[in-house]
Design a binder for this molecule. Structure first.
Ligand code: MG
Length: 393
């Protein structure tokens, strides 16, 4: 077997994995590439996209200017890809597809994290709505302008399916009208996406639970002692201390990192074991069997409960911390002011947005594409006010 042949197909692809040679294809047919399979091509298209580069300057929890070491959407996406590939490799899934979905899964996120998404959804309430999963799809299907003969990146069905994690039925019906049998169909048939898509969704949760603890402690908004009251964290802290008692008296962050590293490994092994059990139970022979079966990439019941507890802690103590909430209020102000300004006076928009047929959608696309700092600069240009004072910059 030649080197090129071994590189395009994982050696141990399971029968229930997505095989690029059996992809449902692209919306616009394109000739095969000589050295890359279809999912590798998708991954490469995503990495070279404009929206991907913007992830560097988009907030995960902390605003981009609050510190250089906090996760951004880019580093988050890389962590999701790492965790997903690591689990997927063991399960015989397609790593290239997992990587493509992971790197694209947050492309539709607005500036300022969930605060930005929520206020943009409110602004668009009477104009077709806004939802970041759908926006990720819109970025790769419509908004990227890189090809002479089509809009978007023209990604494979399997990659696009992985981006549409959730979809209300009316939206699924709407997708089905312009793409019959496409990525909306599974919601209407109440079927599952590929295992690669299921896995990337869970890897997203594993990644943010762990890195939000790290970033939360780094920010000083929560203490390690506080988060160690959560049983899941306590378990791995105790394990680390039992093995390295000297960590208790050491300054610095090694105990936190030892704890989180052990927790991540345990969650990875837990997903592998729980998923293997589900695969043994349902015996899928191919991707169609996967789609018809219940979800199979899961935590064990015990880890699901522990993970939910950690998530609740983060909600209560970090995401709703007064300092995060104060930033959220300002971020909402920026997005709603921009939306009002552009829709009232479209001449404030760049020419290609100004001339779009649906002005509200064009404004939502423009704002959603902004990085945190671009949104702040635009807000200052339009309103003449600097909304984040020097203390927060
Ligand atoms: Mg994510």
């Amino acid at each position: 077997m030649s080197a090129a042949a071994t590189s395009v197909r994982p050696l141990a692809l399971a029968p229930y994995a997505c095989d690029p040679a059996a992809s449902r294809g692209r919306r616009i047919a394109q000739a095969a590439a000589p050295t890359r399979n279809e999912f590798q091509r998708d991954r490469d298209r995503i990495v070279h996209s404009t929206a991907f580069r913007r992830l560097v300057y988009k907030t995960q929890v902390f605003l981009n200017h609050e510190g250089d070491l906090f996760r951004t959407r880019l580093t988050h996406s890389l962590e999701v890809a790492q965790l997903g590939r690591s689990i997927g490799r063991t399960l015989g899934l397609n790593e290239d597809l997992i990587e493509a979905i992971a790197l694209a899964h947050d492309l539709g996120h607005t500036p300022f994290g969930h605060a930005g998404q929520d206020v943009l959804a409110e602004c668009m309430h009477n104009h077709g709505g806004f939802e970041h999963n759908l926006q990720s799809l819109r970025v790769v299907d419509v908004l990227e302008e890189r090809y002479a003969n089509f809009d978007g990146l023209n990604l494979c069905f399997e990659t696009r399916e992985g981006l549409l994690k959730r979809c209300p039925l009316p939206v699924a019906r709407w997708i089905e009208r312009w793409e019959p049998g496409g990525i909306g169909a599974r919601f209407l048939a109440r079927q599952q996406p590929s295992l690669e898509a299921q896995l990337t969704n869970l890897a997203d949760e594993i990644a943010y639970n762990a890195h939000d603890v790290d970033d939360g402690v780094r920010s000083g908004l929560i203490s390690f002692e506080q988060v160690a009251q959560v049983p899941l964290i306590a378990r791995y802290r105790d394990e680390a201390l039992a093995e390295h008692p000297e960590l208790a008296s050491m300054k610095g962050r090694r105990l936190l990192f030892e704890t989180l590293r052990r927790m991540l490994s345990a969650q990875v092994y837990d997903v592998i074991a729980a998923t293997q059990a589900r695969l043994a139970e349902h015996q899928p022979h191919n991707v169609d069997d996967v789609r018809a079966a219940p979800p199979m990439v899961e935590f064990s019941a015990a880890m699901r409960r522990d993970s939910a507890e950690l998530k609740q802690f983060l909600f209560r103590k970090l995401y709703r911390h007064p300092r995060v909430s104060a930033t959220t209020v300002l971020a909402r102000q920026v997005v709603s002011d921009l939306f009002a300004a552009y829709t009232t006076d479209p001449s404030l928009l760049p020419a290609d947005y100004r001339e779009a047929p649906e002005i509200y959608r064009a404004v939502a696309d423009y704002i959603a594409g902004m990085t945190d700092r671009f949104a702040l600069r635009e807000h200052e240009r339009i309103s003449g006010r600097r909304i984040f004072d020097a203390a927060t910059q």
